[in-house]
Design a protein around this ligand. Structure first.
Ligand SMILES: O=C(O)c1ccccc1N[C@@H]1O[C@H](COP(=O)(O)O)[C@@H](O)[C@H]1O
Length: 164
C-alpha cells in the first residue's frame, strides 16, 4: 500500500523542455516534474523522444509525470512501461473506460484533470476511478484559477488511500 503523507504539500514543476530546465529542477528539488507530451498546441510540448532524453538527466528523487491530452493510450503505456514516466496526468476528455484500462495495465498512479465550472463538475471529479484528481480552471496551462468555493470542505469528502 502506498502511504501518503497528507501533512506535506507536494510540489510539481511542469512544462520542462530543455536540459537547463532539468538542471534547474534538480536544484529546486520538487516532488514531481511534468512534461507536456506530444501536444503541439502547447508551447511547452515535447516529443516522446525528447522526454526520454530529458529524464536521463533528472534526479532520481524527482518523479517524472507525463501530461497527456487525449493521447493514444499506447503512447502513455509505452512511456510508463519503459520507466520514462512515474505517473500519467490525463488532461483531455479521457473517459472512465480509458482511465480504468490504463490503471489495469500499470501500477503507476494516474491523475485525471477536471475543468471545474459548476458543483456538478466537482461531483463528477470525485467519482473518478483515477488515483488522483487535479482540479483546474480550463484546458490546462493557463495559470488561471477556478472558483475554489466549489471544492467541498475536506471533512465532507471521503479521502481514498490510493493503491491498496
Ligand atoms: O502547461 C501546458 O501547456 C498544458 C497544456 C495542456 C494540458 C495541461 C497543461 N499543463 C498542466 O495543466 C495543469 C494546470 O496548469 P494551469 O494551472 O492551468 O497553468 C498543470 O498541472 C500543468 O501540468
Amino acid at each position: 500500500m502506498t502511504v501518503e503523507n497528507f501533512n506535506k504539500t507536494k510540489i510539481k514543476i511542469c512544462g520542462l523542455r530543455r536540459r537547463e530546465d532539468i538542471l534547474a529542477v534538480n536544484e529546486a528539488k520538487p516532488d514531481y516534474c511534468g512534461f507536456i507530451i506530444e501536444f503541439p498546441k502547447s508551447i511547452r510540448s515535447v516529443t516522446a523522444d525528447e522526454v526520454r532524453e530529458l529524464v536521463n538527466d533528472l534526479s532520481p528523487d524527482i518523479q517524472p509525470v507525463g501530461v497527456f491530452v487525449n493521447a493514444p493510450m499506447e503512447l502513455v503505456k509505452a512511456l510508463m512501461d519503459e520507466g520514462t514516466l512515474a505517473m500519467a496526468q490525463l488532461h483531455g476528455q479521457e473517459n472512465e473506460s480509458y482511465i480504468t484500462e490504463l490503471k489495469a495495465h500499470t501500477d503507476k498512479p494516474v491523475i485525471k484533470a477536471f475543468s471545474i465550472k459548476t458543483a456538478d463538475d466537482m461531483e463528477n471529479a470525485l467519482q473518478s476511478p483515477a488515483d488522483y484528481i487535479l482540479l483546474d480552471q480550463g484546458s490546462g496551462g493557463t495559470g488561471k484559477t477556478f472558483d475554489w468555493s466549489l471544492i467541498p470542505k475536506f471533512q465532507d469528502v471521503e479521502i481514498r488511500t490510493v493503491r491498496q
